[in-house]
Design a protein around this ligand. Structure first.
Ligand code: MN
Length: 350
């Protein structure tokens, strides 16, 4: 075996000896031999490829523990891990990008030139479904606040109702002073505390929360868990939330296809919920004619998006829409509690 000194090895893989000593200390790349007397590090030419891979993964920003894991894998498995890591980075960046856009909008709130007054027409309905003994969902619709919460655990019903009750003050005629982002973040913090109070100190109990707050021209969104928000605009249905489920994260990471996710036995397993994670925040400019839908997974798990679009399009009013959607979930077996909130953006009479 022909040993390379640390200097020669560093030149060969275009790293610095300092970087190689660091990788050794971090156990990312141990020298093939360390001289017992001098302490000099020696490398084998076989290690060049691994050294270059470590350097590339460092440049990618991958955490050290993850690099260690990747380096222990065969090339094909390592490729899967790198793809999964990058998918996660992109998902997290997307949430930060939305937050940045939200802040920019908040800080540059130019007066609207269009003086049309917009209002919401809304309806909420929650149904236990055909199988569950109790309803642990809570749905609410008011002039400013639309919300759906899906509780789980033995205290699921009080958890979802506490979350929505803690947001109800936002439904008053006048929004408290301050920007809508701070307002929502504080309200959600309050909702999370309220859920903790009824959850008896165990993660077994909790709730999802998906809510929209009407500001007169825009809708601020807060979302955590697997309830969903959609908007029907110009005949097309757009989903504006991302499910925080383990199965969705596997899809994001390319480990599962969307088709496999639909029938996955653990598809309801949440990645985070109100008391266990940070919610997504967003802001949507409303247009007259928009129809918003909030729903629990009792709808979306059994009624596919194209059917939701058809029912939403056909219903003349929010009231008929929520009942048509709940009926569709029950016709499909009603395996879970189902909650729907529909709100239309209309030109006001004021
Ligand atoms: Mn549910």
């Amino acid at each position: 075996m022909e040993w390379l000194t640390i200097g020669a090895f560093a030149r060969a893989c275009r790293l610095t000896p300092k970087a190689l000593r660091l990788y050794d200390e971090l156990e990312l790349l141990r020298p093939a031999r360390v001289d017992a007397v001098t302490g000099y590090r020696y490398y084998s030419p076989d290690q060049l490829e691994q050294a270059r891979l470590v350097a590339w993964l460092r440049r990618l920003g991958m955490p050290l523990a993850r690099i260690r894991a990747v380096c222990g894998l065969a090339p094909e498995a390592a490729a899967v891990e790198i793809r999964a890591y990058w998918a996660r980075v992109e998902a997290e960046t997307a949430v930060r990008r939305d937050l940045a856009a939200f802040l920019v909008q908040e800080l540059t709130a130019a007066p609207r030139e269009d003086t049309t007054v917009l209002e919401l027409r809304y309806c909420a309905h929650s149904d236990p479904g055909r199988v569950r003994p109790a309803n642990q969902d809570t749905a609410h619709a008011g002039a400013r606040l639309l919300a759906v919460a899906d509780g789980y655990g033995p205290a699921g019903a009080p958890a979802s109702s506490a979350a929505v009750a803690a947001l109800r003050f936002l439904d008053s005629a006048e929004l408290p002073a301050g920007n809508v982002l701070d307002l929502l973040a504080d309200a959600v913090h309050g909702a999370s505390e309220a859920v903790r109070d009824v959850a008896a100190g165990t993660d077994e109990n909790g709730t999802t929360l998906t809510a929209l707050l009407w500001t007169g021209s825009r809708l601020a969104l807060v979302h955590i868990g697997d309830s969903r928000a959609y908007v029907l605009r110009g005949g097309d249905l757009f989903r504006i939330t991302h499910d925080h489920t383990v199965v969705q994260s596997l899809v994001d990471e390319g480990r599962l296809t969307p088709e496999e996710a639909v029938t996955h036995p653990r598809r309801a397993l949440l990645l985070k919920a109100l008391t266990t994670g940070t919610p997504d925040l967003g802001l949507h400019d409303a247009e007259p004619g928009d129809r918003y839908l909030l729903c629990s997974d009792g709808l979306s798990a059994v009624v596919p998006d194209p059917a939701i679009r058809t029912l939403l399009t056909a219903a003349p009013t929010p009231d008929t829409a929520v009942h048509a959607l709940v009926d569709a979930a029950n016709t499909a077996g009603g395996p879970d509690n189902v909650s729907c909130v529909v709100a239309d953006v209309v030109e006001g009479t004021a």
